[in-house]
Write a new protein. Sequence first.
Length: 94
Amino acid sequence: MDLITGEQIAERLRSIVESTTIQTEIGPASVTISLGVVVLPTHINGKLSEYIRRADQAMYQSKLLGRNRVTKWSEGLTETIQASAKSTNEQPHL
């Protein structure tokens, strides 16, 4: 699977969750999700934990950009997160 297909799947999931209403004892509730997408190569060159970290960084960027969105991991995302967190006085999640 390539990054574009991964993003499309994540966006469909995000949209389904957003449009689902959950009935609770006190009334209906809605939920949104933020997702980070990264593609694993056919043969992982390195540790799986590195790819999990990248997906986590992309998800954190989604939250920084307003939540309820999908973000693809790309080179330079770590620096973007650090700059965004610095401007909002948040601790970056790297």
